[in-house]
Write a protein that binds this ligand. Structure first.
Ligand SMILES: CC(C)(COP(=O)(O)OP(=O)(O)OC[C@H]1O[C@@H](n2cnc3c(N)ncnc32)[C@H](O)[C@@H]1OP(=O)(O)O)[C@@H](O)C(=O)NCCC(=O)NCCS
Length: 148
């Protein structure tokens, strides 16, 4: 998961961070495999400050499997895993220049027939000087998702 998401071009995190995802947040995260190995991953958790939501921290698909609907399928599946059985919102943050990611989340809202609220969350100046230029991260709130 660490290698896949780092190679996907996302922020570089420590392998330890993914050990936490795969243990503490295993019930609310998922991976996808093909015959050659890991091909997609969603690292997500239930934010204590927004317990009705699942927050997608990172979603990534290996280059060889992009553009085939895998990320969208993973997000639909994410709503079905036991740890997310009662979620009524899916949230994420996206940099404004990440067109594939914006289309992924907006398209999910469209397919679920719910809204996608977009608002500023972390501004560029919230990131430390010396950590490289970081784009702002806007928050997307998809919902309300009806559960049976
Ligand atoms: C974003 C990412 C996960 C999408 O994975 P994917 O499996 O290729 O996406 P899907 O095939 O499910 O397509 C989802 C939507 O993105 C659009 N999309 C996919 N690749 C695109 C591209 N290169 N440019 C523009 N739109 C693109 C698709 O058209 C689709 O939108 P639509 O339903 O409106 O047509 C993948 O590009 C990736 O891993 N990117 C690097 C990591 C990243 O930026 N993650 C998101 C932030 S955490």
């Amino acid at each position: 998961m660490w290698a896949l998401l780092t190679e996907a071009g996302l922020d570089r995190n420590s392998p330890y961070a993914y050990l936490l995802v795969c243990s503490d947040f295993a019930a609310t995260s998922l991976v996808a495999e093909d015959a050659h190995g890991l091909v997609g991953a969603v690292a997500s958790y239930r934010p204590p400050t927004r317990p009705q939501a699942v927050f997608v921290w990172q979603v990534g698909v290996a280059e060889r499997a992009r553009g085939q609907g895998l990320a969208r399928r993973m997000l639909h599946e994410l709503l079905q895993v036991p740890g997310n059985a009662d979620v009524t919102e899916l949230t994420a943050t996206v940099t404004p220049d990440n067109e594939p990611s914006l289309r992924l989340f907006r398209g999910l809202a469209r397919e679920l027939g719910v809204g996608c609220e977009e608002r500023p969350r972390f501004a560029a100046e919230h990131f430390p000087v010396g950590a490289g230029d970081h784009q702002p991260e806007d928050e997307l709130i998809i919902g309300p998702i009806e559960r049976r």
